[in-house]
Design a protein around this ligand. Structure first.
Ligand SMILES: C[S@@+](CC[C@H](N)C(=O)[O-])C[C@H]1O[C@@H](n2cnc3c(N)ncnc32)[C@H](O)[C@@H]1O
Length: 373
């Protein structure tokens, strides 16, 4: 049997999109990026689920699995796994449950309010991390991403956040945009992104990176030179055609660990921990003001060791955002790659740790907040 008689039929299949908590369903065409198989397979599955015995169901599933055209479907691996479960069921009720679930996943898109993920196909979302411990082995260096800016973060961080907490066409704000990692990633994922940084070098570098990046969805991504504690975000957004943002990603300096510029407004030049936290709070407040209710803010930051003492910069910064009325949703611990300099001196640092009675930094935090509805 021909399960999928070509792209036009595949695209013209209709599906129901469920929205919101109430899961109200609306009919939408299936040509919005989901891998939906065409009618014949669904028809066969509906017939099989009405069979009376496990034996009959198994026999029909077996012959279905042998259909060569099934293998050509874009989602054949997913379908095969679901069919396996139905085949191995011991009761008719269980087999019907698996078949109904497969039919639903092929015909109904259950989309989240704040992302484009189809929760009826959640098993296929295996690139998304759902644990609070993130071990990211290798930096993504594909496309225009590179590790050239000292203090940048790995692209996997903004990618994970944008996929889970934004939809295509949403607006993302990065008030410490540096070399533009978030911006490059936003182009790839079809999200609009506004970046601000007070380092001219960083803004120029980000602009060069963006110029070389592809923009397959035709969205906006750009950085502006400025101090994020002073910028008029509502006007900036308005001038780019946005009224508010749907995600904020903050990756500030880890106080004075890396000095970025000589500018007095640069948070890395803060003369005390309190001054740093105060400056960070000002930026957070401005970002929260333009963030939609129910939407997310992520703060990426690490700790610091100074004067023989571990300074819990991360948790102090987390409190600063919490105090501004944001709900803490997750504390994510991410492995931290030692800087090149430290890597060369690994043995020396190990010796220092043993001598000094402390542990070497191998992690940083991603604090995830939601603006109350
Ligand atoms: C940790 S880096 C961000 C790196 C960025 N995520 C990337 O991947 O390239 C922090 C950035 O904040 C900038 N910065 C510091 N204080 C600032 C302020 N008050 N307003 C805007 N940017 C600031 C620094 O110039 C630096 O580029």
């Amino acid at each position: 049997m021909n399960w999928d008689t070509g792209k036009s039929q595949y695209l013209s299949a209709t599906t129901r999109r469920m929205t919101g908590k109430a899961q109200e369903e609306t009919e939408v065409p299936a040509n919005d990026g989901y891998m939906l198989s065409s009618g014949p397979l669904v028809d066969s599955l509906r017939k099989i689920r009405n069979l009376e015995t496990v034996g009959e169901i198994r026999r029909e599933i077996s012959s279905l699995r042998e259909e060569r055209d099934l293998l050509d479907l874009p989602d054949s691996a997913f379908i095969a796994e679901e069919l396996r479960q139905a085949y191995e069921a011991y009761t008719v009720e269980r087999a019907r449950y698996y078949i109904d679930r497969l039919v639903k996943s092929l015909t109904v898109v259950r989309e989240g309010k704040i992302n484009d993920l189809n929760l009826n196909r959640w098993k296929e979302l295996d690139d998304l991390i759902t644990d609070s411990l993130w071990i990211l082995e290798n930096r993504d260096r594909s496309g225009t991403h590179n590790a050239g800016y000292w203090g940048n973060f790995v692209p996997q961080i903004p990618r994970q956040l944008m996929k889970r907490f934004t939809k295509k066409g949403d607006w993302v704000l990065d008030p410490f945009s540096g070399s533009g990692t978030t911006l490059i990633e936003s182009l790839r994922l079809g999200r609009n992104c506004i970046g601000v940084d007070l380092s001219q070098d960083a803004v120029d570098l980000a602009a060069r990176n963006l110029e070389k990046s592809e923009n397959p969805y035709g969205v906006y991504a750009g950085t502006t030179l400025g101090d994020s504690s002073l910028v008029d975000f509502p006007s900036m957004l308005k001038s780019r055609g946005a009224g508010s943002v749907q995600l904020v990603i903050m990756h500030p300096p880890y106080w004075d660990i890396i000095k970025f510029t000589d500018n007095r407004g640069d948070l890395s030049n803060s003369t005390s921990l309190d001054a740093f936290l105060n400056g960070l709070g000002n930026v957070a407040e401005k970002c929260i003001n333009v963030l939609d209710r129910g939407r997310y803010l992520a703060l990426v930051i690490g700790d610091k060791y100074t004067g023989g003492e571990w300074i819990p910069l991360g948790f102090r910064a987390m409190s600063v955002v919490q105090e501004r009325g944001m709900l803490l949703k997750s504390v994510i611990v991410k492995n931290y790659d030692a800087t090149r300099g430290k890597r060369r001196q690994e043995e020396l640092w190990r010796y220092r740790a043993l001598l000094g009675g402390f542990y070497l930094f191998k992690h940083e935090y991603i604090f995830l907040f939601q603006k109350p509805v």
